[in-house]
Every structure is written in structure tokens, then in C-alpha cells.
Design a binder for this molecule. Sequence first.
Ligand code: A2R
Length: 312
Amino acid sequence: MKALVIGGAGFVGGYLVSELNTCGWEVHGTALEGETLAEGYIGHTLNILDRDSIRPLIDEIMPDVIFHLAAQSSVSLSWKKPQLTAEINVIGTINLLEALRESEKQDIRLILIGSGEEYGFIRPEACPLTEDEPLHPGNVYAATKACQGMLGDIYAKAYKMDIISVRAFNHSGPRQLPMFVISDFCKQIAEIEKGERSPEICVGNLSAQRDFTDVRDIVRAYRLLAEKGAGGKTYNVGRGSAVTIQYILDTALSLAMLPIEVKHDMSRMRASDIPVIEPDVSRIYEDTGWKAEISVEQTIADTLGYWRNELK
Ligand code: A2R
């Protein structure tokens, strides 16, 4: 099988290439000018806003599957730069869909990577959330990802294209940027252990419950969806079992090499934090046999190990 990973230089792209290589795939990846792709990719430069350059690349590579990871993926940046977020996540996706529609190879499967954020302001009793739950996005990023999924549906129906949309819930692991909670806590602990900061960890809302999956499980789900998923469908990808942020904190602190105090930082509290977000993941299990295998505790231990090594 031959894959083209658009946006391959990001956090998930670095893991997806290993997963696909291990399973014998030929993997092409695109990066923006100046970005570096992980080992294992056959590299190409592409900005999805340059719409005329997408189709020639697809026609040159003739992939069996395209994984669309390219995005402005930060919720907080989406508030500060809504136009840029919409341009990359919505117009960029349209550029890709149009290029694919016109490409010479007509049987390419497209995997659009969306987000659990699309469900937005949910009622706690709606959990676990099935893919049929109405979407009420609560931020600009989430709205653009919901739009991406809708565009995928429209193109799949109107042009009989083979498109799968994914709603991926929180994922984490080594190398993730520290704006995400597991990576943030682990980085702070590693800095404290190294004596770079006082023994106090800054935290936000600890009572929220979120569904965490290891990025290595997530990319295995993406591969299995490419191989066995049903075209035209949307799939939740997550563990299906939420834990509190307090539990993440306690687990991370239990691995620390010295006692650390917890300091509540108001700037880390979100005004409209939703109490519980947990997906129903039976659809992906039924269609592909996938379920998360790596424990949250393992993800935290590996991420802490990564930061200890980075700060050496
Ligand atoms: O923003 P940068 O410089 O980190 O580059 C990102 C890249 N990207 C683009 N690629 C092509 N054309 C563009 N106009 C463009 N703008 C940004 O897409 C980055 O290298 C990649 C996305 O990777 P991350 O931001 O690290 O996201 P991650 O965690 O790998 O998530 C993959 C997908 C995204 O669609 C998320 O929204 C979703 O999973 O959760």
C-alpha cells in the first residue's frame, strides 16, 4: 500500500510514518518549507493553501490512501487567529478535496482527521458520545474541524469519493508540545527535578474528565481505518473511558523523584470547561477490531521519560 500523509511533519505524523512503515507501506509525506519530516518518509514540500500544487503531487505519487493531518491544530491560537485557522482547516481541506476529485487516480481513500472537540457543548448525560450526537463546537478550531467533516460528507455523497472522517479525542505521548496537559505536567516535573524551577507544579481545572489515548494507539487506528474502515462513515477514535485531570496529575506526581506542591493557576482555568467528554468507540471496534491498548499510566511514564531526556 502507498500512503501520502499531508502535514506529516507534525506530532502525529512522526508516529504515523513508523506505524505504516512497520506494516510494509510506502509512505510519502508533505511538510511546509523549512519543516523537517521524520525518518521513513519520502519527502515532499507542500502548502495546502497553494491549491495548484496539490493535484500534480497526487498524480505524481498515485497513493492508495491520503491521510490529511495538516491543520492549524491549536485551540488557543484559533481564538487569536480565526481567519488563519479557517483558511488552513477549511479552505485547505477544500483545496485537497478538489485536487482529489480531479486527480487521475479515482480510487484514492481519503482519511480526514477531525477532533472530539467538534462535539463541543455537550450534556454530560449524552456521554458516551456516539458519532450521531449533534455537534455544538465551542471554539473556532472545533468549528473548522466540524466544517471539514461536513465537507468530507458532502464530497463523498456528491462525487462518490471514498472518504472517512475521524473524530480523534485527546491524544498524547512523547514529543507532544507542552500546551497539552500530559506533556505540560511532565515537562514541569522534569524541570523541577533538574532544579530549573521551584518544586511547585501549576495546574488548571482538575475536576474535568477527559478521554486520553496514546498517540501510538491513535496512529494504529488511522491505519486500520485506512485498511478496513467503511467509506462515507465518521469514526470516533479514543479510549472510551474518561479520567479526571486530577488523576493525570496524581499519576505524574507519583513518578516524580522529589515532593512537589500543587499550585492552582487561574490563567489555566477555562471559563466554559465541559465537565465530562467521553466517546462511544463501538463503531471503530466493530468495523476494524481496534481498541486502545496502551494505558494512560504508560503514556504518562513515557512522556515524563521523554522530557527528562530532553532537558538533560
Ligand atoms: O503549523 P506548523 O508549522 O506546525 O505545520 C503544521 C502543518 N501545517 C500545514 N501543512 C500544509 N499546509 C499548510 N497550510 C499547513 N499549516 C499547518 O500541519 C504541522 O506540521 C501539521 C499539523 O501537525 P500538528 O499541528 O502537530 O498536529 P498533530 O498533533 O500532528 O495533529 C494531526 C491532526 C490535526 O489535523 C489536528 O487538528 C488533529 O489531528 O487532531
